[in-house]
Design a protein. Sequence first.
Length: 427
Amino acid sequence: MESEKSMSEKVDRVITHPVLGSIIFLVLLTFIFNAIFSWAQYPMGLIEDLFSQLGNFPTNTLPPSKIKGLLVDGMIGGVGNIVVFLPQIILLVFFISILEDSGYMSRMSFMMDGLMRRFGLSGKSVLPLLSGFACAIPAVMAARTIERWRDRLLIIMLIPLMSCSARLPVYTLVISALIPQKTFWGFLELQGMILLGVYFLGFFTALIVAMVVKFVAGTSRLAQYLFELPPYRFPIFRSVGWRVYDAGKKFLLNAGSIILAMTVILWFLASYPDPDPGENLSSKDAVSQSYAGQLGHLIEPVISPLGFDWKIGVGLISSFAAREVIISTFSTIYNIEAGDEAPVVSLAQAMKNDRRPDGRPLFTPLVALSLLIFFVYAAQCMSTFAIIRRETQSWRWPLIMILYLNLLAYFASLIVYQGGKLIGFEG
């Protein structure tokens, strides 16, 4: 027993060291986010092929009709383009569960206590914040471990800045569509490093917001906490497996309920009203004049300064039901625009091929960056708002959160896009 304790103390001297511990943490994160891209490619390809085969059956057997369009362009295409990201979500939850069960997360809280206090937080806030990378709902409940109400409320208001697993499919789609697959030093994936940067952006923004609150509110001295470091242990793989299974099940149930329902609604909005046969409109023009197109054009003046067009606008509106719905929105719109005779291409390729009315590409690297930043900050999860209302016993704080995060999302994207254009990074 004494030898185990001595060994644990020796390991802790390295793991919790301000410099060595930080390097180890960064190496771990780099490995995780590279693995999310590289390890998931094969199973994602299998799922994509599966839904492609499912779509081929009605495509080849049913005559042209609205029902065929609903099945192929809406339900199968829309849901399939979201389910394909299941392997990445499973990997993310798997790695987070391993870090938590091994006792490593508790040591991160201890190691980062000094840094967090400079921003008006304590090391005890690290665990709820990092848990937010999987899902904001259990992260908000994990904030109960922070005894002082004022400190806990601040953490609750910051947790949505952590990029949860629902954002991962959106990040992956945008990055894979516009960032080339390149490897540095034989093992670092460019796409994985950009994904890591997106996650870091949310975390560092949370620190800055906390510092601003500390400065404006003049918060009192932080309460002192005692850290009890659990012993190192091998993760219980039954526990890890259950968390992975639960996360996968929730993702699939979400895809089969909310996302499927939204996909059907979006298909109807993008397919009606039927254009006048005498106008002889192309499929693309018909979608532009549909109910979805009219809604997108209505908000286009507000979002065009961010580099977004009406299609992205429709996706943003739909994403407030569930973040992933923006993917099924793009899938549905591009499938209907392509028509029955067009060759089948992936959603990422359809985004690359899309053009503005003047012929310029719609999804440029600058537009992609603007869209990524919007999703890092935007408050779009109704379930999170409900749990925050329950934890705070008031709708005041969820409403404040919705306001400040969506304003932050809009103006951050605005600054990035317009700033990029000013310095010649064409949008």
